[in-house]
Design a protein around this ligand. Structure first.
Ligand code: UD1
Ligand code: CA
Length: 460
C-alpha cells in the first residue's frame, strides 16, 4: 500500500458525451471486452484508494449513476465548461483531502503500477502537482508539455492553442494528475476561459502553481497505450484489443494454451483453467468459465456458459446460458440454447440443438436432433433425427425420458410425454402416449413387400 492511501481522494471526470463516438449512448458506457469502459477506471481507482472515487457526471447522468451504483460518489456538472470547471464541481466532496488523483472516465488502460509511480514521485519531490505524460510519434490533439532549458515542466498548451513550434512537441499530457488538495480548489476558482475553446482548462493550473512558487513535476508513462483515451470507435477497438491481449497473457501465465491468440475474442470476465487448449477463431463471452484440460476447437462461441474439466467442445459449437459438466463432448456444430445442462460424460453430437434440456450422466444424442423442454435420464441413448415436439402452438410441453431408455432414430416425441426407465422406442415412431418402463413402443405402419413391382413398371 502506498503511504498516500490514507489521505487520497480520486476524482474521475466523466461529464462529457463523447460526440465523436456518433452514438446515442455516452462513451463511458460503451463495452470493451465485456464491461463498460468506466468499469476499468473504477477498478483502477479501487486499486489506488479505499475511498470510493468522486465521479463528475453530466450527460446521461441517470444511466451512468445506474451503471456505477455505489462504486462511486457523484458530483454533477450541469454544463460542460471544461476540465477545470469539472474538477471544481467535486470540491464539496473532496475538499480537505491531502492529495487528489484525477483520472478520466474514458482512459481505461492505465496500470495501477504507473499510478503508484506517479504518487511516489509526487511525494518524493514534494510537488504541488505531478502529471503523467507520454511521448507519441503523432501527438495529435493532446495537450503539449512545454519544458524549459533545465527540463522543468513550465506549461501545458492545448493543441488548439499551440503555435506551430509547440505543435512539434511530442511529449503530451495524459490527462492524469496528482494535486496537493490544499492548492487545487482555491486556484481552480481563479481560472479564466481566455483560450481557443472558451473553457476552464484544468491544465492552466500548472502555470498558476508555478507562478505561485510551487513545485510541479511529471512522470513519463513507459507505454503510451496506458493513456489511450476512448474518443472514437477506432479508439474503442484499440482499447478492446489491448484489454483482450492482457486477458490472454494472464490466462497463458496461468497455464492455458492459445494456438493463435490474435484470432480469439474474449471478455475480461472469462476464466479458463490450466492445460485447456483454445484453437483459433473462438469467441468466449460474458460470465463463461472453463475448467482444466478442455479442448475448445475453432469456431466455438460461448456466452455465459459454465464448462467443467476435460470437456471437448468441437468445431462450431455454439452455447449460451448453459452448463456442461466434466468429460462431456459437444459438436461439431451443436447448438446449446439457454437452460441446457449436460451432465458428466454426456455426448451431444453433430447438428444437435438443445433448449431447456437437462441430460443425466452418460446420456447421448449423437446426431441431428432437437431436444427442447426435456429431462433426459442417465445413460439414455437418443438416435439420429429424434425430435421433441415441445410446442403445440400455444404452450411449451415437457418430455421426460427416464434413465437407460433407448430412443430409435427418427422418432418424434409429442409432448407432454414420458418414456419410462429402460424402455425402447422403435425407429421412426411418433410417440403420443407415455411408454411404461422396460416396454417397447412402436408406431409405424408395417412394411409391405410387393415382389417384382419394379420389373413390371419398367416393362410397361
Ligand atoms: C484533455 C487535456 C489535454 C490532454 C487530454 C488527455 C484539458 C484542457 N486538456 O483534453 O491536455 O492531453 O485531456 O486525454 O484538460 N470533462 C468533463 N467536463 C468538462 C470537460 C471534460 O467532465 O466540462 C471530462 C470528459 O468527459 C473527459 C475528460 O474530462 O472524460 C477529458 O475531457 P476532454 O474534453 O476529452 O479533454 P481533451 O480535449 O481530450
Ligand atoms: Ca479526451
Amino acid at each position: 500500500m502506498n503511504s498516500l492511501d490514507n489521505n487520497l481522494d480520486v476524482i474521475i471526470l466523466a461529464a462529457g458525451q463523447g460526440t465523436r463516438m456518433k452514438s446515442a449512448k455516452i462513451k463511458i458506457l460503451h463495452a470493451a471486452a465485456g464491461r463498460p469502459i468506466i468499469d476499468y477506471v473504477l477498478d483502477l481507482a479501487g486499486a489506488i484508494s479505499d475511498r470510493p472515487p468522486v465521479m463528475v457526471i453530466g450527460h446521461q447522468r441517470e444511466s451512468v449513476q445506474k451503471a456505477v451504483g455505489d462504486r462511486a460518489r457523484f458530483a454533477v456538472q450541469d454544463e460542460q465548461k471544461g476540465t477545470g470547471h469539472a474538477v471544481l464541481q467535486a470540491a464539496p466532496l473532496v475538499d480537505g483531502a491531502r492529495h487528489v488523483l484525477i483520472l478520466s472516465g474514458d482512459v481505461p488502460l492505465t496500470r495501477p503500477e504507473t499510478l503508484r509511480r506517479l504518487l511516489d514521485e509526487h511525494e518524493r519531490s514534494q510537488n504541488a502537482l505531478t502529471l503523467l505524460t507520454m511521448v507519441l510519434d503523432d501527438p495529435a490533439m493532446y495537450g503539449r508539455i512545454v519544458r524549459d532549458a533545465e527540463g522543468a515542466v513550465t506549461r501545458i498548451v492545448e493543441a488548439k492553442d499551440a503555435s506551430d513550434d509547440e505543435k512539434q512537441i511530442r511529449e503530451v499530457n495524459a490527462g492524469i494528475y496528482v494535486f496537493d488538495g490544499e492548492h487545487l480548489f482555491d486556484n481552480l476558482r481563479n481560472l479564466s476561459t481566455d483560450n481557443a475553446q472558451g473553457e476552464y482548462y484544468l491544465t492552466d493550473l500548472l502555470g498558476v502553481l508555478r507562478g505561485g512558487g510551487h513545485r510541479v513535476g511529471a512522470v513519463i508513462a513507459g507505454d503510451p497505450i496506458e493513456a489511450l483515451g476512448v474518443n472514437s470507435r477506432a479508439d474503442l477497438a484499440s482499447v478492446e484489443g489491448e484489454i483482450q491481449r492482457r486477458v490472454v497473457i494472464q490466462l497463458m501465465a496461468g497455464g492455458v494454451t492459445f494456438r493463435n491468440p490474435a484470432t480469439v475474442v474474449i471478455d475480461s470476465t472469462v476464466s479458463i483453467g490450466n492445460d485447456t487448449v483454445v484453437y483459433p477463431f473462438v469467441t468466449i463471452e460474458g460470465t463463461t468459465s472453463i475448467g482444466s484440460r478442455c479442448v475448445i476447437e475453432p469456431g466455438v462461441h460461448l456466452t455465459n456458459v459454465k464448462v467443467g474439466d476435460d470437456v471437448y467442445l468441437k468445431t462450431g459449437t455454439v452455447a449460451e446460458d448453459a452448463i456442461i459438466e466434466d468429460e462431456a463432448a459437444v459438436g461439431p456444430y451443436a447448438h446449446l440454447r439457454p437452460g441446457t445442462k449436460l451432465g458428466r460424460h454426456v455426448k451431444v453430437g453433430n447438428f444437435v440443438e438443445t433448449k431447456k434440456a437437462v441430460f443425466g450422466e452418460g446420456a447421448k444424442a449423437s446426431h441431428l436432433s432437437y431436444i427442447g423442454d426435456a429431462e433426459v435420464g442417465a445413460d439414455v441413448n437418443i438416435g439420429a433425427g429424434t425430435i421433441t415436439c415441445n410446442y403445440d402452438g400455444v404452450n411449451k410441453n415437457k418430455t421426460v425420458i427416464e434413465d437407460g431408455a433407448f430412443i430409435g432414430s427418427d422418432t418424434q416425441l409429442v409432448a407432454p410425454v414420458r418414456i419410462g426407465q429402460g424402455a425402447y422406442v422403435g425407429a421412426g415412431s411418433t410417440i403420443t402416449k407415455d411408454v411404461p418402463a422396460e416396454a417397447l413402443a412402436l408406431s409405424r405402419t408395417p412394411q409391405r413387400i410387393i415382389e417384382g413391382w419394379a420389373t413390371r413398371k419398367k416393362t410397361k
